[in-house]
Design a protein around this ligand. Structure first.
Ligand code: F3S
Length: 424
């Protein structure tokens, strides 16, 4: 791989051993990928907060944790402040409701200590899977190094920024060096459409966009779909749901909806001369099949937990949930947990939505989610959610049954304690 003078200097250790180790990692990573060079990045999102996990060895301080877990170094390196603008993604603990999650005081204190270490190194504690909802909104063409598949597919497709789905080590190295291998979705040529999907059924609601996303991921895997025949322009929440679903059932990191997403006004522009490898249609039959697939683990209609906010809810979604609750109370056998970034929770506090939710018996949570934090209310056997991603993961990793439906179906389940969702 060709290195610039500043990259070579870092590799030679001119900026200290931690930066040298980071550059070694990037060079190895880039060479394994066949990248010819690195590219400058000043926008990194990574999950670097430590929380004690069974099986991990004891660590001798946070430099040791960073060295070993983020830079793959056996040596304890002195970690300098980050060079690139860097943000912490979603973590394991809600700063407000950690006791409800079942987190003990020692673990809580260690996580806060790790957060303070990160903050002292210049990492922004955004603690969400949707940094683009709370101020980190990369612009078209901006080279980023982000983890979190739902966020990467959003910034690539909707905003036209450029990132691959990175890992903990590559983002840690990018934070310290301001560099990332120039390959994959950083390249113009990799961003063109490869597969064509035409919609033959109305796709309007939040649920519809999740169904379509899950279908698209199943159909194209990790390729670049072009979605045609979209009649109703989706908003942020719907695109957030669509991308998360497509990156969950497949590995979609980039898509085009001509006239809606950043890089294509027409289908032709989306493919930009690329061959169309395969064509798919999304009609009533495909829609029903995806719905049934997402509900494959649901059997018992008594619902223990309704989970909303995957990816983290926008303020618009919280407003909609408050309206749907309409003064009603959550059933005594059911919990309603809603997840949002912490600055949006603060906004909800100020507007009065947090109080509306709490008066109904719901909890507005931040900084984490059940899939990342691996927590559910004690004794939970059945969950319901309006998120295709969450219903894909929770039954698999937490061994619960899962129902998927509209936000209305979920609120109705929270109020009655029973799942009655149906495909309309
Ligand atoms: Fe975010 Fe957790 Fe869903 S990380 S996308 S709320 S699985």
């Amino acid at each position: 791989m060709k290195l610039t003078a500043d990259e070579q200097a870092m590799l030679d250790g001119k900026e200290g051993p931690a930066v040298q180790k980071a550059m070694e990692l990037l060079v190895k990573y880039g060479e394994a990928l066949g990248a010819e060079r690195l590219v400058d990045t000043n926008n990194v999102c990574d999950a670097n907060v430590y929380s004690p996990t069974p099986g991990l060895p004891p660590f001798d301080g946070h430099d040791h944790i960073f060295s070993q877990m983020s830079l793959d170094s056996d040596e304890i390196l002195e970690i300098p402040k980050v060079k690139a603008f860097s943000c912490q993604l979603i973590g394991r603990m809600d700063s407000r409701h950690w006791r409800l999650q079942g987190i003990d005081q020692t673990t809580h204190d260690l996580i806060l200590e790790s957060e303070s270490y990160n903050a002292a190194h210049g990492i922004q504690l955004m603690n969400t899977c949707t940094p683009y909802q709370i101020g980190n909104v990369p612009v078209k063409g901006e080279h980023c190094a982000w983890m979190e598949s739902s966020a990467v597919v959003y910034i690539n497709s909707v905003l036209g920024a450029r990132s691959n789905v990175e890992g903990r080590e590559s983002t840690a190295a990018a934070m310290l060096t301001g560099k990332i291998p120039y390959w994959g979705y950083h390249l113009e040529s990799e961003r063109r459409g490869t597969h064509y999907v035409t919609i033959e059924v109305p796709v309007e609601s939040f649920m519809d966009w999740g169904l379509l996303g899950y279908f698209v991921g199943q159909a194209v895997g990790d390729k670049v779909p072009v979605i045609d025949n979209v009649k109703n322009s989706p908003n942020l929440s719907k695109l957030k749901h669509f991308g998360a679903a497509a990156s969950t059932s497949g590995g979609v990191e980039m898509y085009h909806i001509p006239g809606v997403t950043a890089e294509a006004r027409t289908v032709e522009e989306a493919f930009s001369g690329n061959k169309i490898y395969e064509k798919f249609r999304f009609g009533p039959e495909e829609r029903r099949k995806v719905y049934e697939d997402l509900n494959r683990t649901g059997r018992d209609t008594n619902v223990d937990l309704v989970m909303l906010g995957c990816p983290h809810s926008s303020i618009q979604q919280i407003w909609e949930i408050c309206n749907l609750l309409d003064g009603k109370k959550v059933h005594s056998n059911t919990q309603l947990w809603i997840f949002t970034p912490h600055p949006i929770r603060e906004l909800a506090d100020r507007i009065g939505y947090t109080k509306i939710l709490e008066d109904a018996g719901a909890v507005l949570m931040s900084d984490t989610c059940p899939a990342i934090g691996r927590f559910l209310p004690k004794g939970t056997k059945v969950i319901a959610t309006d998120s295709a991603k969450q219903v894909h993961y929770l039954p698999a990793i937490m061994h619960v049954q899962g129902w998927f439906g509209s936000t209305q179906d979920c609120i109705s389940a929270a109020i009655t304690g029973r799942w009655k969702g149906e495909l309309q």
